[in-house]
Ligand binder design. Sequence first.
Ligand code: BES
Ligand code: MN
Ligand code: ZN
Length: 494
Amino acid sequence: MPVFQAAAHFDRKSAPYTWVLFAFEKEKGFVNAPGKAGEAIREGLEAEGFMGREGQAALVTPPGGFFAKRVLALGLGAKEGVEVESFRRAGGRLGRKAREARVEEVSLDWPRAFDGERAKAFAEGALLGSYQYNLYKTQLKDAPKGLQKVWVKTAPGSLASLKSALKTAESYAAGAILARDLINGPPSDVTPKVLADMARKIAASNKNIRLKVYTKKDLKRMGAGGLLGVNIGSAQEPFLIHLHYKPASKPRKSVALVGKGITFDSGGLSLKPAGSMETMKMDMSGGAAVLGVFSQIAQFNPPVEVHGIVPTTENMPGGRAYKPGDVLKAMNGKTMEVLNTDAEGRLILSDGLSYAVRQKVDEIIDLATLTGACVVALGSLVSGALSNDPKLLARFTRATEAEGERIWEMPLVKEYREDIRSKVADIKNIGGGREAGTIIGGLFLQEFVGDTPWIHLDIAGPAYLEREYPALPYLTYGGTGLMVRSLLTYLRGA
Ligand code: BES
Ligand code: MN
Ligand code: ZN
């Protein structure tokens, strides 16, 4: 991750590197370059099509007399109505452009008008946009390193607030990147045990975080039949990970985050076609987000108790595998008829949610790459959100808006509950046909939360990108680390 260094003074005449200048569309010059000289550079750039539009970037050598040797101009769009998100995107563009142009160090004057939230978003964008998953590349010697260092100068009076914004950005990006690395890791490397070990590492380095990892033996004793049933065909041990953050002061309330941790989803005996399996290492993205949040949460000392619960296993076919027709019993005693072994997420979450309820929490937010139907409905940039509590959802939505992570509500249509009524058990794990797959998934999960205020986030689309979006340069191919930032913001304000 590149490093941000903020200071009230440095000698810009001797600064040997590239200077970043911000441009608004339809304005002259740059926000953070002196009048006439900046205006001249801007005119030159406009002749080549740089208009200061959001997402535009241009690297030029300015005429002599200008203090910087090189200028990297970033467009922010129209001045009126410029949003925090524009800064995140401009930051992402900086990260991309730096790698492309083999620029490793840049400097900038932080404009006084760009307050804390904007500084945070810009830095976050740069950190996330610089990300590449390189662990298995053996030919990196001549590859561009990307952005390494960003020097930021500001007025002495704003230094403290700028530093704090940058620190928050670094922490948010680190949390998201921890999730990205886990998601991008090959499924035979990132096994349930690796997720449990990551939880151990997180708990060991934060004194306010406790950890309990339940093993197969524990799970049998607890009656976690959903998780055990899905696991039975796998050679890897299942775990139920329980991280617990307790604030120093008396907590205002308690929140449970429950993340789906399927480290590989083959579909089981209801086997997926080869193409659909290609990305199924990402089926633990919900769990990875929970770990990402816990890796950073203690830094912010939020006045709420937070439980991070991750049921984790592979979903594999084989001679021992669970079968269509099997009946599993969840930790809360409900029986579930398995009619499709590929609807496994809801089966392991039955135990994760029952366990969360047992902690007597005030709120539950679950995150799961649950249904392909959600990807069909909302695509790769919007998560489905289903909730039994409009007020909770409204508060959480504000956090997602601040972080540029989009969610869209889908209704928990009571009448559709008929579709998961089973002839032999309490409920079955699929509906009748192809209709309303995401809602059916949500209704199934609702069986396990009781009256606890709850949000189910179906992140099947945005958790993992198979293509990049030019307008969103801070999102890179593969795991996105989605919801780590929104959850941190939500918990800090909760
Ligand atoms: N992990 C998948 C959902 C998924 C699909 C995530 C595509 C990301 C991209 C989930 O376990 C699954 O297989 N769901 C089934 C449910 C069906 C059998 C009711 C699906 O969506 O087909
Ligand atoms: Mn599945
Ligand atoms: Zn799955």
